[in-house]
Design a protein around this ligand. Structure first.
Ligand code: SF4
Length: 507
């Protein structure tokens, strides 16, 4: 059961429908429970935009459905029909919120959508997106993936200038900057606003008659543009955080929105301009390691290709005599396939994941917590018994989950358990939209690899080298990547740590 947000303003339908007063609490508990049980970094957000489709809301819904892995806490869709701007958002999964009845309330040929796992601002429904602001430049709805790092200064300045913030989300700062810009046209005001914010943002915006899409100058988060060909009229233009959304929409991938680029789509077609140039690219390499789906093409490269190469490189760097290669599902699967092929050792699905854990609320009582990882994973005993097993995973965060998995595999009769990680040790928190524990909770920030090996009780442990990771993710055209969580070297000039720490501390 979901709770939806509706607010009524002249010319606007921005709604909340209370279906269950407990559901926000349920989601918070669900999230705490999931975090306690599964030691993974959390996805950030996913965005979509549709221009020129008679049922834009349903297209946005399909796009968000394909991007559900990027955030499961809340979702929203705003639509425009040339006159009105409707906006509905709620807590829960996209399919829980947007039933047929709800989609009927979203008329128009344009839509933007958002699915969220909160990174800044609290996780209340108020901060769900799209955010809609009625400004001197007209009605604007915005959906944002990423995290701004100079929000403290900007918010203070804007409040001094009379801005009234409706949310605690950093995304609203962009809209307030647009509203307070002295530029004469909306597109100039957007460019002016984007050039003032620092950090990670892939955004889609909508007015009554236009769609905008933009990426920050370093290109931290992905954002792609696609096209649905219409035989009897103009093409539908679509944007999505990941290209996997285009498949469900039957759209062709056209290109990535480039770092520092602002694309505008109107009834007259697509135009583009750069509001920032000459900034070194720093796309999030962890998108390739874990966040993005392997069937997506991001930063100009298929995620599947990168993960396959990570596995192969891992086998070359730290191969060990073994009988089977077993992925920690699901994210370790592609790298494990690459490792197995390179090592010439059979790939086996020796761990089976229960996909329905966390999809229904489970009371987080101690007796349930004690099931731990066993609720989510189960070993296939006949594949593991008496075998030398290489387990492939994509990260060790606190180490507690890895230890449980190693114990589980050994408990199923494995003779040896070797753990291989398809990226370098995670030693620093992320300030660009990924929910990371504090440094003191990151095991690799505080212990040597040998100490971690002993803690997780593996026979051997090895990580992919940073060079190996960069090689794996660089296709024919080398990219600039952010690797700050592995190196501690942040690509932005400064990080407003005090502003961001309270939001990340709960992970
Ligand atoms: S710090 Fe890590 S997770 Fe964050 S943007 Fe950089 S590479 Fe991605």
């Amino acid at each position: 059961m979901s709770r939806l947000l509706y607010q009524g303003v002249a010319g606007i339908i921005d709604r909340t429908v209370g279906l269950s007063s407990d559901s926000a609490i349920d989601h918070s508990l669900r999230r705490q429970w999931q975090a306690a049980q599964w030691d993974k970094l959390r996805e950030e957000c996913g965005v979509v935009a549709i221009h020129g489709h008679p049922d834009a809301a349903r297209q946005a819904y399909l796009g968000l459905y394909a991007l559900q892995h990027r955030g499961q806490e809340s979702a929203g869709i705003a639509t425009a029909d040339g006159h009105h701007l409707a906006n509905i958002k709620g807590m829960g999964l996209v399919s829980e919120i947007f039933t047929d009845d709800v989609l009927q309330k979203l008329p128009g040929q344009m839509a933007i959508g958002h699915t969220r796992y909160s990174t800044t601002g609290d996780s209340a429904l108020l901060n769900a997106q799209p955010i809609r602001v009625d400004s001197t430049k007209g009605l604007i709805a915005i959906a944002h993936n990423g995290n701004l790092v100079n929000l403290g200064n900007l918010r203070t300045r804007l409040e001094r200038e009379g801005a009234y913030f409706q949310t605690t989300s950093d995304s609203e700062i962009i809209v307030q900057l647009i509203a307070h810009s002295r530029a004469n046209t909306l597109v100039d005001a957007i460019a002016d606003s984007l050039s003032q914010v620092e950090g990670a943002f892939s955004i889609v915006m909508m007015t009554r008659d236009r769609i905008f899409a933009a990426r920050d100058p370093r290109g931290f988060r992905p954002l792609s543009m696609g096209r649905i060909r219409n035989a009897d009229g103009p093409d539908t233009i679509v944007f999505a955080s990941e290209s996997c959304a285009f498949d469900l929409l039957r759209a062709e991938y056209e290109r990535d929105v480039l770092p520092g680029e602002l694309v505008m789509v109107t009834g007259d077609g697509v135009t583009s301009r750069y509001y920032a140039t000459g900034v070194p690219q720093a796309s999030c390499i962890f998108e390739h390691v874990y966040f993005a789906r392997p069937d997506s093409r991001i930063f100009g490269r298929w995620v599947q290709e990168s993960r396959d190469q990570m596995g192969r490189q891992l086998a070359r760097e730290s191969g060990v005599p073994a009988d089977v290669i077993v992925p920690v599902p699901d994210s370790g699967v592609t790298a494990a396939l690459g490792y197995a092929e390179e090592a010439g050792v059979p790939f086996r699905l020796g761990l089976i994941r229960n996909h329905y854990v966390g999809r229904t609320f489970i009371e987080p009582e101690q007796r349930v917590r004690d099931f731990g990882v066993r609720l989510k994973l189960n070993p296939v005993r006949n594949l593991l018994e008496g075998k030398r097993v290489v387990l492939i995973d994509d990260s060790i965060i606190r180490g507690t989950t890895s230890r449980k998995i190693v114990r589980m595999v050994r408990g199923a009769g494995a003779k040896e358990v070797h753990l291989r990680i398809s990226c370098p040790p995670t030693i620093s928190p992320c300030f660009y939209g990924v929910d990371t524990p504090r440094k003191r909770d990151l095991i690799a920030a505080n212990q040597s690899i040998e100490e971690i090996r002993r803690f997780i009780e593996a026979d051997s442990l090895a990580y992919l080298s940073l060079d190996g990771l960069l090689q794996s993710c660089n296709g024919e055209k080398p990219q600039g990547f952010c690797t700050a969580c592995y190196t501690g070297q942040y690509p932005t000039q400064w990080v407003d740590v005090n502003e961001i720490l309270p939001a990340t501390a709960g992970a």
